[in-house]
Design a protein. Structure first.
Length: 366
């Protein structure tokens, strides 16, 4: 992708064009993920969860072939996948459509996120944009009039709104895929911590999109009308708490990495026991989601750290593995062991990340 590189004295915190595209694509993504539990089979749902980040492996080829058109063309791919989901019932085509949508969303999202995560503030605003999209998706899911055809066609139209905005979007840096040998983060030993970080972030992200709905379906047999409110709550908490939590973490100074880890471990403790919170009830689900959402705010620091160690690409691909693993475990493993296993992977994973990254922690404090 041919991107302009200029000498910038003060890099803007937010790129409004990219911020807008991030919100719109997030609406489509999270609305589809919300309906995947009831409208898509286990295999297609797993392809969607795994693919929307793991298909970032195709990013180098995409940039090589499409260049500066990468953002626009991948948005078209996402819209085409949604159209196919609306008009076909053939299982093979449905699985291909889910993969096509996941590919488009993965590449477009990474191009935007890579630009935003050049600063801590940009990483935070990127997460805010994602959660604003999730909030709007929650409002859409509250509608009792949705049918699969209407829903997927509407989502496709929404994604197509991004095209005129994308044509005028500019970047201040190249998307990070790989670094020359010898630079920090270029060795596979340095990438392993970020593989782990991506997996645990994927598990947390799919708390609302897989763990919660599966826990509710186990008790009631159907998703209640208020499920969309949980997406809204998740988004609202992150939108309003992201920057304050980031500033609170920064105030801990040399202990900020340990603070981030403590918040994340606390989040996985909550994630481990949806039944204990009685998430099949509105009040129980509200408390469970609110606590998870506060913990999610700590992940913007991991986004920033991964960029500074040249490993954002590795982390993002691995996030898809964590998302796919979450869907598979929640649908195959019996409760309550499914959520417990996922929480143990998450909490243990962040501790292993810290141990493997301990020699680089000093640079993360800068």
């Amino acid at each position: 992708m041919s991107l302009e590189t200029t000498a910038v004295v003060a890099k803007p915190v937010i790129n409004l064009r990219l911020f807008t595209i991030r919100i719109i694509t997030a609406v489509a993504l999270f609305a589809v993920l919300g309906k995947a539990n009831v409208w898509l089979d286990t295999a297609t749902n797993s392809i969607l969860a795994l693919g929307y980040r793991a298909l970032l492996l195709l990013l180098p080829l995409t940039l090589l072939v499409l260049g500066r058109r990468s953002l626009s063309v991948t948005l078209l791919c996402a819209a085409a996948g949604l159209v196919l989901l609306a008009v076909t019932h053939n299982q093979g085509v449905v699985m291909f459509a889910a993969a096509l949508f996941a590919y488009g969303i993965a590449i477009a999202g990474y191009l935007i996120k890579s630009e935003a995560a050049q600063t801590k503030e940009g990483a935070a605003y990127n997460r805010v944009a994602m959660n604003m999209g999730s909030l709007l998706a929650g409002l859409i899911l509250l509608s009792p009039l949705l049918t699969p055809t209407l829903f997927f066609l509407g989502a496709a139209g929404f994604v197509l709104l991004c095209l005129p905005i994308a044509l005028g979007a500019t970047f201040t840096c190249d998307p990070v895929v790989a670094r020359p040998a010898g630079q920090e983060g270029s060795g596979w030993g340095n990438k392993l911590p970020w593989v782990i970080a991506g997996v645990i972030m994927g598990i947390k992200l799919f708390g609302v999109f897989s763990i919660l709905p599966q826990a509710i379906l186990l008790k009631t047999g159907e998703l209640p009308a208020w499920y969309g409110l949980m997406l809204i709550l998740n988004s609202a908490v992150v939108v309003f708490a992201q920057v304050p939590v980031m500033k609170l973490i920064e105030r801990t100074g040399r202990f900020k990495v340990l603070t981030v880890i403590a918040i994340i471990v606390g989040g996985f403790a909550v994630l481990s026991s949806p039944a204990a919170f009685h998430v099949e009830t509105l009040v129980g689900a509200l408390v469970w989601v609110a606590l998870l959402s506060i913990a999610e705010c700590a992940f913007s620091h991991l986004d920033y750290f991964s960029v500074k160690q040249n490993n954002m690409f590795v982390k993002e691909v691995s996030l898809g593995v964590g998302a796919g693993l979450t869907v598979l475990i929640m649908r195959v493993m019996p409760p309550p062991y499914n959520a417990l296993v996922l929480a143990a992977i998450g909490a243990g994973g962040i501790l292993v990340w810290y141990w493997l990254n301990r020699k680089s922690i000093a640079s993360l404090h800068d």
